[in-house]
Write a protein that binds this ligand. Structure first.
Ligand code: ADP
Ligand code: MG
Length: 283
């Protein structure tokens, strides 16, 4: 059972028994935990408490960043977005109690050549776009959509995680340089300000390409050269991509954000709709 290996099991607020480390990011550690009240498994994302005072939180996130992530998560309630149950603060730590994505990362589903079939890629891409459409409609932008932040629950459903770089709509263009190099949209690199919704769409396109190809659309050993390729928006689809998938990717990975397809456009594209009944797509 989780927690058995810890010599003295840590129980937070008498309720959550901490178990194994599930993953770590730049500023947080994520543990499996058991809710002793309900018997359910949850995930606990722990940050050093920035209010712990000087010396205790050098590498941690600023309070405002933790509060922003919390405020964003509280606004979201969707089948394909990791849900926040509650926040616990101790003297040294801030803990987010989250839905457990027990199925690990989406990328664990790729085959030996690092990819999945177009049908399977479509299955998960639909779930991703459903989450992104919901977030955008709620005025929330993720800004760091990439495989490490796409998890699976017990039932194999996709859950978008990690809104640590998320932003809330205020009608203004954004200037913060953020994201992960291979998934970053060209307009972020140009530093003229960008629409965060279009940036999310771009990174969804990179994710789709990677799932179906097994490699990145824009890549180079040199970061400068990689940025050059992203900026030019030039990529080549592998021979096995269907014409409809190529067409969709050309529209999503359009380096001109004004011409780029949006989430609703994606949801109406023939590749996306292929073989689906109306009800499934409408949600
Ligand atoms: P950071 O903001 O520091 O990047 P993340 O929220 O991305 O932290 O979490 C880091 C890692 O922990 C993730 O890449 C994932 O492997 C794991 N993880 C995060 N949230 C969950 C969750 N709800 N269920 C299971 N694993 C998770
Ligand atoms: Mg992360």
């Amino acid at each position: 059972a989780p927690g058995e290996e810890s010599p003295a099991a840590t129980v937070l607020l008498g309720r959550y028994e901490l178990g194994d480390l599930l993953g770590r990011g730049a500023s947080a550690k994520v543990y499996r935990a058991r809710d002793l009240l309900t018997g359910r498994s949850v995930a606990i994302k722990s940050f050093p408490n920035p209010r712990a005072g000087a010396g205790g939180a050098e590498e941690g996130r600023r309070p405002v960043a933790i509060e922003r992530e919390a405020a964003i998560l509280r606004r979201l309630r969707h089948r394909h977005v990791v849900r926040l149950h509650e926040i616990l603060a101790t003297r040294k730590k801030v803990h987010f109690v989250l839905d457990l994505a027990a199925g690990g990362e989406l990328f664990s589903l790729v085959d030996a050549s690092g990819r999945m079939t177009e049908d399977l890629a479509r299955h998960y891409f639909r779930q991703l776009i459903s989450a992104v459409r919901y977030c955008h409609a709620r005025g929330v932008f993720h800004r760091d959509i990439k495989p490490e932040n796409l998890l699976l629950d017990e039932a194999g459903e996709l859950k978008v995680a990690d809104f640590g770089l998320g932003a809330v709509a205020d009608g203004n263009l954004r200037h913060t340089l953020c994201g992960t190099p291979a998934y970053v949209a060209p307009e972020i690199l140009s530093r003229k300000g960008y629409d965060p919704a279009k940036v999310d769409i771009w990174s969804c396109g990179v994710v789709l390409f990677v799932l179906a190809a097994g490699y990145l659309p824009f890549n180079d050993a040199s970061l400068v050269n990689m940025y050059r390729k992203i900026y030019a928006g030039k990529f080549r689809c592998p021979s096995w991509f269907s014409p409809a998938l190529r067409d969709l990717l050309r529209r999503v990975l359009d380096p001109n954000p004004d011409a780029r397809i949006d989430a609703d456009g994606i949801a109406g594209h023939p590749w996306f709709c292929h073989g689906a009944g109306g009800e499934e797509l409408a949600r």
